[in-house]
Design a protein around this ligand. Structure first.
Ligand code: NAD
Length: 497
């Protein structure tokens, strides 16, 4: 049985309370994770606060050197991290490696922090006056992350926060905390001073202590929309910067001219990869015309039947289990409800059993046809291996449907028509858009974020927006009048004529 401790001021720290961690492929409890009390979190805040002045004054190029070593260590320890992700989350090892690689891209971007923090300079902004803006760290900042990307989502946050000169407290998901801790320990090994990076585990009490602490200057959150909204409101009420990324219902539109085989193949990965537990998963395929829908269903069905499902730690599988028994039951509840509401369940993965893993939380691929906008399976995020087909008459109808949805994280259009693609990318009210790319997750040197109720706050995660989020601008105007220069009192507002 593994014990998963906090990382506070460079030391492993336990709590009086613990929470069970389960392997979803076997249903067995494999570890106990410390569950932080308010006092534990306050200890981490104090460590981060103490470490801040020296880290703030460390030159950006030296901070970047830590990131270079961190990247190297992540690559050397990839196999161990991927194994931890797969054991506690359930996703396949190949998928876990993909998430780790996307996380490492953020470390690579943070290696360029001296360039990113260069600031802006104007010589002679007024006569004899030079003006510049520089970007200074905020102090202690915190990140709260979800279960579905235990390695990658924390890496969206703290490499850049720390490279910018802040100190950090991470509160990872209590469902799969080991990978997040292992990654943070490597950052320590890379030469980061103690207290700059801290990890506290736990649930609501830990999060609320971070939200209410006046020493914490900013919160990055990724998780479900109801919690994201609460975090945004409560964090803002104590004067913090907050970026809170929430849930999703991502639609892919299939036009009649699309290459159906390509659309179906890429939709399979986008809908069923990671058992549908991705905030960018495609959970609705909007088909323009009945013929398109019929052809898509026909193409998808044999592929769904061939999905290889099993324990994520085995190689060569397509899908692992859902993360917990409670989440599996929630997904099964949605499927039941879709059937009762009149949607046609053309692929039913409910009875799937994996030999030797009967206690695992497995659900096979499910496909609903004839889903309508009034159904809960259309409106709500299921976060499981369930794809819904909605039939519409035109691209305009598809766009109106998507624009009316409360979420706006990701979307995709399958077509060969450039004019339609341009209309779609211009007019769709969604933050991340693909054309024939169903998982349009931006690369690390862009930024990631949805619109509408998929993101609360102003700046997106990682990339250029994260440099802005984790720093505050200081604008300096400087003049050195010569001793011989005559000066006099000026009462009108200074302006360049
Ligand atoms: P969650 O909201 O249940 O938990 C996220 C974090 O918040 C965890 O660390 C958890 O411990 C904490 N938390 C949970 N309940 C809390 C409460 N009442 N008060 C304070 N903190 C609380 O989300 P999850 O189930 O771990 O993750 C899945 C969700 O995350 C999905 O909705 C998914 O779409 C979303 N997600 C969004 C993105 C994005 O970029 N928009 C990325 C990944 C996941």
């Amino acid at each position: 049985m593994r014990t998963i401790a906090h990382l506070i001021n460079g030391e492993a720290v336990n709590s009086q309370r613990t929470l069970a961690v389960t392997n979803p492929s076997t249903g067995q409890v494999t570890g106990q994770v410390a569950d932080a009390s308010a006092a534990d979190v306050e200890r981490a805040i104090a460590a981060a606060k103490d470490a801040f002045p020296a880290w703030r004054d460390t030159p950006p190029a030296k901070r970047a050197q830590v990131m270079f070593r961190f990247k190297q260590l992540l690559e050397e320890h990839a196999e161990r991290i991927v194994q931890l992700v797969s054991e506690e989350h359930g996703k396949t090892v190949e998928d876990a490696l993909g998430e780790l690689k996307r996380g490492i891209e953020n470390v690579e971007y943070a290696c360029g922090v001296p360039e990113l923090l260069k600031g802006e300079y104007s010589h002679n902004a007024g006569s004899g006056i030079d003006a510049w803006s520089n970007f200074q760290p905020l102090g202690v900042v915190a990140g709260i992350t979800p279960f579905n990307f235990p390695a990658m989502v924390p890496l969206w946050m703290y490499p850049m926060a720390i490279a910018c000169g802040n100190t950090f407290i991470l509160k990872p998901s209590e469902k799969d905390p080991s990978a997040a801790l292992a990654v943070a320990e490597l950052l320590q090994e890379a030469g980061l001073p103690k207290g700059v990076m801290n990890v506290v585990h736990g649930g609501r009490e830990a999060v609320e202590t971070l939200l209410d602490a006046k020493e914490v200057k900013a919160i990055s959150f990724v998780g479900s929309t109801p919690i994201a909204e609460t975090i945004y409101q409560r964090g803002a009420s104590t004067g913090k910067r907050v970026q809170a990324l929430g849930g999703a219902k991502n639609h892919a539109v299939v036009l009649p001219d699309a290459d159906l085989e390509n659309a179906a193949n890429t939709l399979m990965g986008a809908a069923y990869g990671s058992c549908g537990e991705r905030c960018m998963a495609i959970s609705v395929a909007v088909c323009v015309g009945d013929e398109t829908a019929d052809r898509l269903v026909e193409t998808l069905l044999p592929k769904i039947a061939e999905l290889k499902v099993g324990p994520g730690t085995d190689k060569g599988l397509d899908m692992g289990p859902l993360v917990t028994a409670a989440h599996r039951d929630k997904v099964l509840g949605y499927i039941e409800e879709g059937v009762s509401a009149g949607a046609k369940l053309v692929a039913d993965g409910r009875d799937l059993s994996v030999a030797g893993h009967e206690e695992g939380f497995f659900v096979g691929g499910c496909l609903f046809d004839h889903v309508t906008r009034d159904m809960r399976i259309y409106q709500e995020e299921i976060f499981g291996p369930v794809l819904c087909i909605v039939r519409v008459g035109s691209l305009d109808d598809a766009m109106a449907l998507i624009n009316d949805h409360e979420y706006g994280n990701g979307t995709c259009l399958f077509t060969r028509d450039g004019e339609a693609a341009r209309r779609f990318t211009d007019g769709i009210e969604v933050g991340m858009v693909g054309v024939n790319v169903p998982l349009p997750v931006p690369v690390a040197y862009h930024s990631f974020g949805g619109w509408k109720r998929s993101l609360f706050g102003d700046l997106h995660a990682y990339g250029p927006d994260s440099v802005r989020f984790y720093t505050r601008r200081k604008a300096v105007s400087q003049r050195w009048p010569s001793v011989s220069e005559a000066t006099r009192a000026e009462f009108s507002f200074p302006a360049n004529q």
